[in-house]
Design a protein around this ligand. Structure first.
Ligand code: 5GP
Ligand code: MG
Length: 456
């Protein structure tokens, strides 16, 4: 997933970027970084860890200037080196440049191999490095023209903020797969952000979503200039509404919480259960569980408590105490659950490992029956537009039926939202990207591109 932010024309730009990244910590906890420009130079600080651990007053003294771009990185296990942190910075013919990217380029290997053949060297496995190489290699003499050159060569999902010493360029791919919004800062100045929850924190006013295929150019003393680079072919990612985004964010005009509530209500229509109580898997399943409970007219309870302080740094439990891992994070309220028939609602089922442990936890707490409900369809395909769902083999729904999974989990039943039900919940005003569920890469995608095993 990842988060990006860009701030232009504001005193304390890097501090605003910092607060924005803090609001979007849920989109990536692996590493974080901010680069700032003061007209003469670009400064960069990036590090592994959470936003609050990486930045302090000293870092803001370094990160001076009225333009700042920032990034939170989400990565798959084992690929969390500092080198892979963003922004990616370089010096090249026209000066200094810094780039942040949210998304996934599906022709990453083709582009990379071509560049390597011509002698380019790479430091990381990130597709973002392709972007900076393509800009540096372009023969055009203006940065904007070089960016356009680069855009003509990359394919897939991207939201980009690109910073020179005095300008900022922002681009959203023509499918609008990942979200990106434009806001106005209270003291003048502009801001772009993956999610609107960042605007709310810094007091920015939402102006509009960046259009699919649009480039915005920010220059000192001027209003932002918009250029439609590509014809839009809008297919926003449904998973933003299902799981990625924060419930209070408004993505392309729709509040995420409301979408989740609708998915839960639809789930109740499609796969009801004879139960006493509906519980969410916190936090990701809360809104959908509420909708499910409302749909069935059954009480909703926060019957599982989540410890919010479990980070990635926690020492991995050994096999002998394999229950510990989920218990560290989640714990049931026993006398609420004892003797009850419960439905437990989560936003999605990926590998089935967490869910299995949760069912066992509820049974250990004395639940008479456990009915697992998933407020999204069966995930059958890895999505190369940037979702961490690894290989087909790891996706439990691609190899097992719901009945088989329920049995393996020791749940009384398992129900998913249908693809049609998901579409109905999100609204039929646009065609969403549903790759994880239907494997359909629509126009311009490339399902046959090699797997992105070393990028995200
Ligand atoms: P499972 O029970 O299949 O092991 O995991 C499902 C859980 O993973 C759900 O609670 C869901 O919120 C979460 N999830 C869904 N997509 C992603 C993702 O891309 N990354 C991570 N870390 N978690 C995800
Ligand atoms: Mg979850």
């Amino acid at each position: 997933m990842c988060a990006i932010v860009g701030v232009f024309g504001a005193e304390d730009a890097s501090k605003i970027a910092y607060y924005a990244l803090f609001a979007m910590q849920h989109r990536g906890q692996e590493s974080t970084g901010i680069s700032s420009a003061n007209g003469k130079k670009i400064h960069l600080i990036k590090k592994r860890g959470l936003v609050t651990n990486v930045f302090d007053e000293n870092t803001f003294n370094v990160l001076e200037g009225s333009c700042a771009i920032g990034h939170n990185r989400y990565s798959t296990a084992g690929k969390d080196s500092l080198l892979d942190a963003q922004p990616v910075f370089a010096k090249y013919k026209l000066g200094e440049i810094s780039v942040v990217h949210n998304g996934n380029l599906v022709n990453k290997y083709e582009v990379r191999n071509e560049l390597i053949d011509k002698g380019a060297i790479f430091q990381t496995g990130m597709d973002t490095e392709n972007i900076i190489h393509l800009i540096a290699k372009s023969q055009k003499n203006k940065l904007k023209a070089r960016i356009k050159d680069m855009l003509s060569k990359i394919k897939g999902a991207y939201c980009l903020a690109i910073q020179s010493r005095s300008k900022m360029f922002v681009v959203r791919d023509r499918f609008g797969i990942r979200p990106l919004s434009l806001g106005r800062l209270p003291n003048g100045g502009w801001m772009v952000s993956s999610e609107t929850c960042a605007f709310d924190l810094v007091g920015a006013t939402f102006i509009r979503d960046v259009k699919p295929g649009e480039m915005l150019i920010f220059e000192e003393g001027k209003e932002p200039v918009s250029e439609q680079i590509f014809e839009p072919d809008f297919h926003p990612c449904a998973f933003e509404y299902i799981y990625f985004a924060r419930p209070d964010s408004i993505i392309d005009g729709k509040t995420v919480y409301n979408m989740r509530l609708k998915m839960g209500k639809q789930l109740a229509k499609e796969t009801p259960a004879d139960i006493d109580l509906v519980l969410p898997v916190p936090d990701s399943g809360v809104a959908a569980a509420k909708g499910y409970a409302e749909g069935l007219g059954v009480p909703f309870e926060m019957g599982i408590v989540r410890n919010h302080y479990v980070g990635r740094t926690f020492i991995e439990p050994t096999q002998e105490i394999r229950d510990l891992k989920v218990k560290l994070k989640l714990s049931p309220i026993k006398d609420m659950i004892k003797g009850k028939r419960v439905a437990i609602v989560d936003d999605s089922l990926v590998r089935g490992t967490t869910s299995k442990q949760i069912v066992r936890m509820l049974k250990d707490a004395g639940a008479k029956e456990v009915h697992m409900r998933i407020a999204s369809p069966e995930i059958k395909y890895p999505c190369r537009y940037g979702i961490d769902t690894a290989t087909t083999q790891e996706l439990i729904s691609s190899i097992k039926t719901p009945e088989e999974i329920a049995k393996q989990m020791d749940a009384e039943s398992l129900g998913f939202l249908s693809i049609e039900g998901l579409k109905a919940s999100l609204g039929n005003d646009r065609v969403y990207s549903l790759v994880s569920f239907d494997g359909n890469y629509f126009a311009g995608g490339n399902a046959k591109s090699p797997t992105c095993s070393d990028c995200d």
